[in-house]
Ligand binder design. Structure first.
Ligand code: ADP
Ligand code: GN1
Ligand code: MG
Length: 365
């Protein structure tokens, strides 16, 4: 089993000893494995081995280069702040060829990270206290990369958070109707159409020069931050594949989309889906405690819009993938992407009801 993973692991400079490899985590994109090496020490030495999804990332070499540069920069900042860089940012493991990746016989690119031990990664919305700590971790990430020149990074996925472009991709998926599923999504499409104009709000503010371009993570869901198992403190922001130029509202918004939802991202019972205002408030406070001083007034004011647009956009992406025949996101059941799209739209609808309260919370934070 996992023969390929064992073969690939032999191309990296890992600790010596017997290796055990097993699938790991719940990401929607890459194939992730945990490699445990029995070295004779009390605990095995562990690594994360990943096959980068080439359908999603057409230039995986560019992704690795971004990660090499961003983690090297973060290591410097973390050291200067007295932190532990092997724990507080990802460390790519060298391959036997001297780089940080290995391309297999099927032209698939693999990489290895040190496993960050004694941490937890959550797949479901958490307590406000833990969510505030994850907000602080993403805010810190933003702050620590404040001096990194965004224009030197590869755009790992073109137009990743360009919400109007995502809307057009949905329209294309509707026109093609590749999987023949168009008949079942009428209400969801109507929901998106009613909000078509609003999709451009953040980009219009950027074009008018009201908000700056920043280095952002762009995929700030809860399971992309590792929390200290003992204290809950956000130790390390992971999944750096989508680090590229973006807007502060993207990172804030994507975290809210996932972590302030009272239901799972793929919940079928939509009555369980809502925006938790206590979770929202906790995240705002945690995030602003680290990133707040760097944000301009307009960026701050647009944070709730980031939450709404990241949720709407993610729903449009799930819906487009459902229509395209589930080519992008991993699915584990029939209609999985449609279920995910529906939760996102239900959450947008609830945010619209709670809009004034969201604005007030940000204003008073
Ligand atoms: P995907 O892009 O598919 O979401 P991730 O890079 O987020 O892949 O990895 C999937 C999961 O693996 C994460 O949610 C986390 O639980 C775990 N993980 C990833 N990197 C590490 C690491 N360096 N140390 C410990 N756990 C990790
Ligand atoms: C994907 O890789 P993962 O599972 O952390 C996706 C995000 C979506 C998210 C929805 C590269 O994130 O953009 O918001 O699923 N990542 C990519 O759960 O498309
Ligand atoms: Mg992930």
């Amino acid at each position: 089993m996992y023969e390929r993973a064992y073969e690939v692991a032999s191309h990296f400079l890992l600790a010596q000893g017997e290796k055990h490899i097993a699938p790991y985590g719940n990401g929607h994109i890459n194939d992730t494995f945990c490699v445990s090496v029995e070295t004779g020490a009390a605990r095995p030495v562990r690594y994360i081995l990943q096959k980068v999804n080439r359908y999603v990332f057409p230039d995986p070499e560019g992704v690795i280069e971004n990660i090499e540069r961003v983690t090297a920069y973060l290591r410097g900042v973390i050291e200067s702040e007295g932190g532990d860089p092997t724990r507080e940012t990802l460390t790519l493991v060298e391959s036997v060829d001297g780089g940080h990746s290995y391309t297999d016989a099927d032209n698939q690119l693999w990489r290895v990270y040190l496993f960050i031990e004694d941490t937890i990664s959550r797949d479901l919305p958490d307590t406000p206290e833990l969510f505030a700590l994850s907000g602080a971790a993403f805010g810190r990430f933003q702050r620590q990369l404040g001096g990194f020149d965004a224009s030197t990074l590869h755009e790992s996925i073109h137009d990743f958070h360009n919400t109007p472009a995502r809307y057009r991709q949905l329209e294309d998926a509707v026109r093609r109707n590749d999987a023949g599923r168009l008949g079942e999504v009428g209400p969801e499409l109507a929901f998106c159409m009613e909000r078509g104009e609003e999709t451009g709000t953040l980009l219009r503010a950027r074009a008018a020069g009201e908000i700056p371009l920043r280095v952002t993570h762009n995929d700030t869901k809860l399971n992309n931050v590792l929390l200290d198992a003992a204290t809950g403190r956000g130790v390390c922001v992971i999944d750096l594949d989508t680090v590229m130029p973006g807007l502060a509202a993207y990172d804030f918004g994507d975290s809210i989309r996932f972590g302030a939802n009272t239901a799972a991202e793929d919940e079928r019972d939509l009555t369980k889906v809502s925006l938790s205002l206590p979770m929202f408030e906790a995240f705002v406070k945690g995030y602003l405690s680290e990133a707040g001083a760097a944000l301009c007034a307009r960026e701050r004011e647009l944070l709730p819009m980031g939450a709404k647009l990241m949720t709407l956009e993610c729903g449009m992406r799930f819906l487009a993938d459902h229509l395209n025949g589930d080519k992008y996101f991993k699915v584990h059941r029939e209609g999985h992407n449609l279920d995910r799209a529906r939760t996102q739209f239900a959450l947008v609808a609830d945010m619209e009801k709670k809009w004034d309260a969201m604005m007030e919370i940000v204003k008073n934070a």
